[in-house]
Write a protein that binds this ligand. Structure first.
Ligand code: SAM
Length: 188
């Protein structure tokens, strides 16, 4: 989805803001695709590891901050990504974050597809793994279909496998700021 976001020639003008970047796995991909990259995580140890691994050069930077309280600013050249991070944020934190990033160019959320409670055997392994992943806020997919201030444009689901066993299923959603908000911003 990131690749399709804009033409290759325009990518150096866009910044990928990776919220809850962990050990910065996405930094290399974003850099290879031609984007500027900012990774944000509230775990200083992971940020230190990311800086050592990917450098902290002008086009790749890392910030040790809480994404809800942090001082970073998001503008219309920012593509915000929450890869496995939304299930660490409460509804209140999600709403605060969505307001904070409402002027972004677009947002990609990849997270757990909540297991179907109607198939307990099928759901057992994913639900245990989701719990171990500290997924306090693993939510039903409908939560992500209507996010405050954003319009869902594209969605796909894919399994995360280990040795051909599906550990869990992830979704990846692409959003744009809701038209009204974007017009308001452009006209201001
Ligand atoms: C499951 S990991 C995903 C890491 C990375 N995005 C990946 O896909 O490999 C979730 C990350 O979100 C970070 N995180 C949780 N709450 C956060 C917050 N309020 N602000 C910033 N980062 C947060 C955690 O420290 C952790 O590194």
């Amino acid at each position: 989805m990131l690749e399709q976001f804009c033409l290759r020639k325009d990518r150096p003008r866009y910044r990928v803001v990776d919220i809850g970047c962990g050990s910065g796995l996405l930094a290399q991909t974003a850099r290879d695709l031609g984007f500027v990259y900012l990774g944000i995580d509230n775990d200083p140890g992971r940020i230190e590891y990311s800086r050592e691994t990917y450098g902290d050069a002008p086009r790749v930077t890392f910030l040790a901050e809480n994404c809800v309280l942090g001082s970073f600013e998001i503008g219309e050249r920012d593509i915000v990504i929450l890869n496995g991070a939304a299930h660490h944020l409460s509804d209140t934190q999600m709403k605060t974050l969505l307001a904070k990033i409402s002027l972004c160019a677009g947002m990609i959320i990849a997270d757990h597809l909540k297991v179907d409670q109607g198939h307990p055997l099928h759901a057992f392994l994913p639900s245990v793994l989701q719990t171990l992943d500290f997924g306090d806020f693993v939510r039903p997919f409908r939560y992500f279909e209507a996010l405050w201030g954003f319009t869902l444009r594209d969605s796909e689901a894919f399994p995360i496998d280990l040795a051909s066993i599906t550990l869990w299923t992830y979704f990846c959603n692409l959003y744009y700021p809701a038209a009204g908000r974007r017009e308001t911003h452009e006209n201001s």
